[in-house]
Design a protein around this ligand. Structure first.
Ligand SMILES: [Zn+2]
Length: 428
């Protein structure tokens, strides 16, 4: 063999060696075959199913006998577990942390946007580890467009976190939102952007969409003074104008509302979801259903804030607010209005999203309906066409929990496996 031939041969060996190394370092099969005890597909529970994933897509869900070339997949046994779509949290605040750590006023007034962003990186990681693969974040609460940049760093792969749908700064009626209690010579940052009149309202919706908001959050009612009851804030024509502006741009509006009047105006104005709805009546919930408006009840926020005020849950009887909330949630269920799973997480610790599911069951909803709400229902209401179901062609946002959450909803605390967009983030 000439020197040239030897060197050619060596090159070939190097070439094949390189290819071999490539195969070892990056297994070509990001093809997973997930084998749990049962699969909740977003609508119902199936036993004896497997789920096949290729890259970031689900390619098969059903009995293993129906899957072609099953042995070309990397098998992953999930013994004793339930596989389900990643949870879609409907109401979060990644830029807030529990009020019993720091009151809302102090978070808005004393924590810089930088501090709040750093905290948010921890919050989004906790959410993902809790099985939340998508999260609708409803207002930066004084931190401007910080949510836009947290979302960007997740999307760029800098930090782990759920897919975010963000509202940006949110919009309130002039004078209606906090922090309050300062004399007129003191300027403080507000928890949302105040507007009055159709022209200002339209302009601010455009500002926020242009700034990166995926949807618009408005406050259709709020308390005007400390300890006062909530009252409607925006006029009907202001709400109508904001909804028209958002929908023209292919976006939608959600409304904070807890009074019958605020809820009614928001519904007639064409918002897509109403947040909280504590004072909802059967008539209002039926009106919402008729207008295809969903209710995001945020049971866990009320449950948490009542405890922050001193309520000893389990030892003392329900507070007036809890009694009222249980009643209105029952009326909502009775009306058949769509229920969005969303706890207002941030008021209570990030990663404890399961609290809302447990309360939904506690307040009268069937566990199967709760799981549907947290997956396929939220996906439908949030216009996420390829999420919320375990079905071929859907994105591989998949989690596994210990045991069977339909038999015991507290199993949702035991998230052992998290895959988002085909990438495994947790595997215990
Ligand atoms: Zn909220």
């Amino acid at each position: 063999m000439s020197n040239l031939a030897i060197s050619k041969k060596l090159n070939q060996i190097n070439y094949w060696g390189f290819i071999l190394i490539l195969f070892c370092a990056f297994p070509v099969h990001s093809q997973h075959l997930l084998i749990p005890d049962r699969v909740f597909d977003g609508e119902e529970m199936h036993s004896g199913w497997v789920v096949a994933v290729n890259e970031n897509k689900i390619v098969y869900a059903g009995p293993e006998s129906g899957l072609q070339r099953a042995n070309s997949y990397q098998r992953k046994e999930l013994k004793g577990k339930t596989l389900m779509p990643g949870i879609i949290e409907g109401h979060s605040h990644i830029l807030l942390h529990p009020y019993n750590e720091t009151e809302w006023n102090d978070q808005v007034l004393k924590e810089s946007a930088a501090e709040r962003a750093v905290r948010a990186t921890v919050h989004v990681n906790k959410s993902l580890m809790a099985g939340v693969t998508t999260m609708r974040d409803l207002g930066s609460e004084g931190a401007g467009y910080t949510d836009v940049y947290v979302k960007k760093t997740i999307d760029d792969g800098i930090i782990p976190g759920p897919r975010l749908l963000i509202a940006g700064p949110a919009i309130v009626a002039t004078g209606a939102y906090g922090p309050k209690g300062f004399h007129e010579g003191v300027t403080v940052p507000l928890g949302a952007v105040p507007v009055s009149g159709e022209a200002e309202a339209i302009k601010e919706v455009r500002n926020q969409m242009g700034g990166g908001a995926n949807l618009i959050k408005i406050y259709a009612d709020y308390r005007w003074g400390k300890d006062e009851p909530s009252q409607a804030t925006f006029l009907q024509e202001e709400i109508d104008a904001m909804v028209a502006t958002a929908t023209t741009a292919g976006k939608y509006v959600v409304a904070h509302a807890s009074t019958p009047e605020g809820m009614k105006r928001a519904t007639l104005g064409g918002v897509e979801t109403i947040e909280h709805g504590d004072g909802g009546t059967l008539e209002i919930f039926s009106l919402m259903k008729e207008h295809n408006v969903a209710l995001c009840p945020t049971l866990a926020a009320g449950d948490a804030t009542e405890q922050y005020k001193g309520w000893q849950k389990g030892e003392e009887p329900d507070t007036d607010r809890i009694v009222k909330k249980k009643k209105s949630f029952k009326l909502a269920l009775e009306s058949g209005v769509d229920i969005v799973f969303g706890g207002d997480v941030g008021v209570f610790p990030h990663g404890e999203n399961y609290r809302e599911m447990e309360l939904m069951v506690d307040y009268g909803m069937q566990p199967l309906n709760v799981l549907q709400s947290a997956t396929s229902v939220n996906a439908r209401i949030f216009h996420l066409d390829d999420l919320g179901k375990i079905q071929p062609e859907y994105l591989a946002d998949i989690i596994a929990v210990e045991g069977n959450p339909i038999e015991n909803i507290t199993q949702m605390r035991q998230v052992k496996f998290v895959m988002k967009d085909g990438v495994i983030y947790k595997d215990e």
